[in-house]
Design a binder for this molecule. Structure first.
Ligand code: HEC
Length: 122
């Protein structure tokens, strides 16, 4: 094999390696992009919780007043630990609030509790 062929061989090999790398990272990206976009805690709250707790956490909705949904902005709620709030949102509280862990997953429950914290009166 002459020198030119050897250089060409190395060049071809380099191109092939680059292509494999590009293809591999390309599929990596697309597999990340393909699942349905994750809903934010705010979207889920508005969808699942606001009917009772209201957009602002006050519980001031027709349904919220009927079931006596707690005011999530209140000191009573805000002084509770994350662990307790996560448990109550996940497993349910009282006769009127169902647990959401099965439906939404433990991770979303955690995010929802963090979102409820954002209602705290400043
Ligand atoms: C059907 C109405 C209803 C819906 C829907 C609802 N809640 Fe509640 N929630 C209540 C009621 C009623 C209480 C008060 C329960 C009690 O203390 O007996 C409550 C209490 C809470 C509390 C306080 C828990 C505690 O330990 O006192 C938090 C936090 C909370 N809800 C968050 C949520 C989140 C987050 C969602 C949505 C994933 C949600 N709620 C959906 C009715 C509802």
């Amino acid at each position: 094999m002459n020198r030119f062929m050897r250089v060409l061989g190395v060049a071809v090999l380099a191109v092939v390696v680059c292509l494999i790398f590009i293809l591999a990272s390309g599929t990596g990206d697309s597999s990340l992009a393909s699942p349905a976009p994750q809903k934010s805690a705010q979207d889920v709250y508005l969808d699942k919780c606001a009917v009772c707790h209201a957009k602002d956490g006050s519980g001031n909705t027709a349904k919220g007043r009927k079931v006596k949904a707690k005011d999530l902005r209140s000191a009573e709620i805000q002084k509770m630990s994350d662990a307790d709030l996560i448990k109550d949102v996940g497993k349910g509280k009282g006769k009127d609030m169902d647990g959401f862990e099965k439906e939404l997953g433990a991770d979303m429950v955690k995010q929802l509790v963090a979102y409820c914290r954002s209602f705290a009166k400043q």
